[in-house]
Design a binder for this molecule. Structure first.
Ligand code: NAD
Length: 355
């Protein structure tokens, strides 16, 4: 299994190094061979090659079976030409790999329940939601769009459009993800107001015929936003369009209270999937061995599960993370009363010990 690894900037190299050690040990334990090739992206690529996404990086990603990314960006590159900012590298590689689905699990480890923003009686029921967001269509890309002026008044407009093929393929990804979890899928739309949502709903229902083992329900987006904070335990997998998914995936993430814990995956039809922590390059703690590597380690678990169908191996990593948290080990971002403060390296080593 060939993996292209892009550590990127800031804490990227530190957290990726811990992730790769975990991957190596999993490979040894289960008899898998993971071939790792490193490539440049973001600020470090600008420094070395003058662009945030060099051609050789795109080539390396396309010839891999999966891609692992640390994080990009930092103050050093904040004032350069917007056309070659580090973040452009990220958008560029998502586009090159035609990644149309973003999978963002937001799970609250019981060991970290004090970090959660919700009331203890709500937290008690558990939070383990996966938001599957359509990434390349909808109102962010729909045409026509623009700005204008009429009768002395300015206006702006965008088009929310989804084609059947776009809905079908994202629905399939979501049903497959639900199959790997608790087999419940909630499709979120605004079908009471939007025509595009009515088509969305119709097609999701059609796709559901191929997944009789997955329970499907529908929810309007305003209600979904409320239900996520009122009772997140009711959700397993949520599938939704680009705009609603942008908002709901952040909402689901923030209620867990720990950005350093959350992994993500972006997948397409045939190209390799891209796996990355949801946090940024944390320049404020870069190089200080303070970063939490668990989001990256959990991103590797997602890679094993979704790109390589190695469910058992993924679960081993997730259990090792849980054990490490149960033992009280904490990086600064998740530190709580009675926790044992450790650095990035020590956290990675503890996960390996618990594998
Ligand atoms: P950030 O996620 O980098 O940091 C926000 C806060 O969370 C900081 O206090 C940071 O120290 C902390 N934090 C983040 N990850 C952590 C971890 N693993 N362990 C411990 N603490 C952690 O967001 P920001 O400060 O808004 O952005 C910093 C840079 O990252 C910017 O250049 C931004 O453009 C970039 N960024 C990149 C990505 C990405 O690569 N996917 C995502 C978001 C932001």
């Amino acid at each position: 299994m060939k993996i292209c690894v892009m550590p990127g900037d800031g804490i990227g190299p530190e957290i990726v190094a811990q992730g790769l050690k975990v991957l190596e040990v999993v490979g040894e334990k289960f008899g898998h061979k993971f071939e790792v090739e490193e490539a440049l992206i973001g600020g470090v690529a600008i420094d070395e090659k003058g662009v945030p996404l060099p051609d050789e990086t795109v080539k390396a990603c396309k010839s891999a079976d999966a891609v692992l990314l640390g994080a990009v960006g930092g103050p050093k590159w904040d004032n350069i030409d917007p056309a070659i900012r580090p973040e452009r590298g990220l958008l560029g590689i998502r586009k090159e790999l035609a990644l149309f689905a973003n999978l963002r699990p937001a799970a609250l480890f019981p060991q970290l329940k004090d970090a959660c923003f919700l009331r203890p009686d709500i937290v008690e029921k558990g939070i383990d939601v996966m938001v599957v967001r359509e990434l390349t269509g909808g109102i962010y890309f729909g045409e026509p769009k623009g700005e204008g002026e009429e009768n002395g008044e300015r206006y702006g407009y965008n088009t929310m459009i989804y084609r059947e093929s776009e809905i079908r393929r994202i629905a399939k990804i979501a049903f497959e993800a639900a199959r790997k979890r608790n087999k419940r899928l909630c499709s979120v739309d605004k079908a009471n107001v939007l025509d595009v949502s009515r088509v969305w709903r119709e097609i999701v229902i059609e796709v559901s015929k191929d997944y009789p083992d997955v329970e499907l329900n529908h929810m309007y987006v305003d209600n979904a936003a409320m239900q996520l904070v009122r009772d997140p335990s009711q959700f397993d997998v949520i599938v939704t369009g680009n705009l609603f998914g942008d908002i709901l995936s952040d909402e689901a993430a923030v209620i867990t209270g720990s950005i350093g814990m959350l992994p993500s995956a972006s997948v397409g039809a045939s190209n390799p999937g891209l796996f990355e922590p949801i946090h940024g390059s944390a320049p404020d703690i870069a190089g200080e061995d303070k970063a939490n590597p668990l989001a990256t380690i959990l991103s590797i678990a997602m890679m094993l599960r979704y790109s390589f169908d190695l469910d058992k191996e993924a679960s081993y990593i997730e259990s090792a993370v849980e054990k490490t948290l149960s033992a009280g080990l904490r990086t600064g971002d998740i530190m709580d009363e009675g926790g044992n403060l450790v650095g990035c390296k020590a956290m990675g080593e503890a996960v390996i010990k618990n594998l």
